[in-house]
Design a protein around this ligand. Structure first.
Ligand code: G3P
Length: 216
């Protein structure tokens, strides 16, 4: 499973990129606002840190506006992936952009039927929002399961990019179901390494090593 980080914080991206675990980055208008940075500037900086796709979201809600903004965004770097909302205008934009080879991430997906439309529009990625689905009393994992089934039924190449991931169990379940990618905040990705028995084991080995009086 590919790991994307869902943030526009440069230090977090650099730290995770250095581990070799990072396959891409996703941003959205809320994350750009949180960073306090200029949208185009920070996107360019992120594109220089990771080789994989960097999702940058259009702001316009109409097709013409989305196309105009996509033109600006895709000039930033070769690894920019244009993010569009799951609306008729977003799907129309997705079709137009992917037809000439641009990568597109269709976001704010909350139903398997929406995901089917995105695949038919040629989306490179579909972003179902698991956490927000759970927040509203639905099972986000059922959504991932249904999309996996439908995409496999018709051999759609659109990658399932599980988003709105809130904790390690979301990551585990996505990996079990076979989501192609998951995007999570830096703290969730870093949290995956933690285990109390790992820490306890290191503590024990260090204590015993000290008793040997040796050094390396
Ligand atoms: O990638 C989408 C993500 O940023 C939404 O996450 O936690 O705001 O629902 P959240």
């Amino acid at each position: 499973m590919k790991f994307f980080v869902d943030t526009a914080e440069i230090n977090d991206i650099k730290e995770l990129a250095a581990t070799g675990l990072l396959d891409g980055v996703t941003t959205n208008p809320s994350l750009i606002a949180k960073s306090g940075r200029d949208f185009l500037e920070v996107t360019k900086e992120i594109c220089g840190i990771v080789d994989g796709p960097v999702s940058a979201e259009v702001i316009a809600l109409d097709h013409e506006g989305m196309m105009r903004e996509a033109e600006i965004l895709r000039k930033i770097a070769d690894n920019v992936c244009i993010k569009v909302p799951l609306t008729i205008d977003g799907l129309k934009t997705c079709k137009a952009l992917t037809s000439d080879g641009t990568k597109v991430n269709v976001t704010l997906c909350f139903s398997a039927n929406q995901a089917l439309l995105a695949a038919k529009a040629g989306a490179s990625f579909i972003s179902p929002f698991i956490g927000r689905h759970d927040d509203n009393g639905f099972d986000g994992m059922d959504l991932i399961r249904d999309i996996r089934l439908i995409y496999d039924n018709y051999a759609y190449e659109t990658e399932i990019l599980a988003a709105s991931i809130r904790h390690g169990v979301h990551v585990l379940e996505c990996a079990r179901i076979g989501a192609d990618v998951m995007t999570a905040p830096p703290a969730v990705i870093k949290g995956l390494v933690k285990h109390v028995l790992t820490d306890k084991g290191i503590e024990g080995f260090m204590a015993d090593w000290a008793k040997t009086g040796q050094s390396l």
